[in-house]
Design a protein around this ligand. Sequence first.
Ligand code: MRU
Length: 344
Amino acid sequence: MDNMPRAVKWQNDQLILLDQRKLPNIEEDVVCDSIDQVFDAIKTLTVRGAPAIGIAAAYGVLLGYKGQSAQIISDSFDERADYLISARPTAVNLAWAIERMRDCQKRHHNDEDLYQVLVDEAVAIHEEDKIACHAIGDVGLPLVKAHPNLLTHCNAGSLAVSEMGTALAPMYRAHQEGIRIHVFVDETRPLLQGARLTAYELHRTGIDCTLISDNMAAHVMGEGKVDMVITGADRIAANGDAANKIGTLNLAILCQYYSIPMYIAVPLSTIDMNTASGKDIVIEERDPEEVKSYAGHPVAPVGVAARSPAFDVTPNNLIRGIITDAGLLEPPFDVSIAKVMGGA
Ligand code: MRU
């Protein structure tokens, strides 16, 4: 699917990010040539979505190193790696990608061509994510065939990964096969990733979709118009609890009420075996001004208290299955996850 937007590109030793803050109205790239720019881009959601921030950070940690000796790179690598990991806490892919880069740097710290070795590792992370997204699409395709009336939340599409998406990948695959589907898209307050990004992606691909505000999900489910919910995740704990964009938990509870299957689609890089359960996942708290305003305009009284937790955790008992690049995982998730992650 060649007309899909690409969130992250690496060209001529520069990192190019599609500025997701400006979508859908303006399609503009940001060229990053310093690590501070990448930190800022991750923090401000210029680039966002769990795998995409991991890929951006893998390239981003290398900016400024071209032409430098292995010694100079190795002397500053740990500090730069820790700095980028601190940009956002919830999505494990950020730390996962950076730790993989750190591991590569440690193994090759004496190599004359260390910079190129590290670039190749970042490219490998990027390419492997593409393969994972296509595999998720194939694994999820039979589910979408059986449940063609879908609902999704936030953006787990091409913009959130290397290409295709996670939650949207099975929908794109169904569309490629000529299967008629319909997708309700939650707008996803406060930053509107559903309205601005998912609706943009689906609409330009020609997939039949309808935008709803988050508080309409129960209503359309009650009308019998949703057969299945698929979202992405930012971190899945070893027991299957899944952190995803704030509001995902609301959907999971609604799905239980209406007996609608709730699936989470992720690459294995989103599963964190070092996190036992959802209670151990750090939830990012963002600036409450994001809730007190809409598109930059204040919508609440000056001085009123507000909060902006960016993610919530869906407990494993509300999840029907986890669609991964290594197959469909089913309950009990502690067992199926341990098996696929090599722990059983
Ligand atoms: O704050 P965001 O926009 O980075 O949140 C993104 C999500 O919650 C996505 O659903 C998640 O990262 C999965 S992306 C394939």
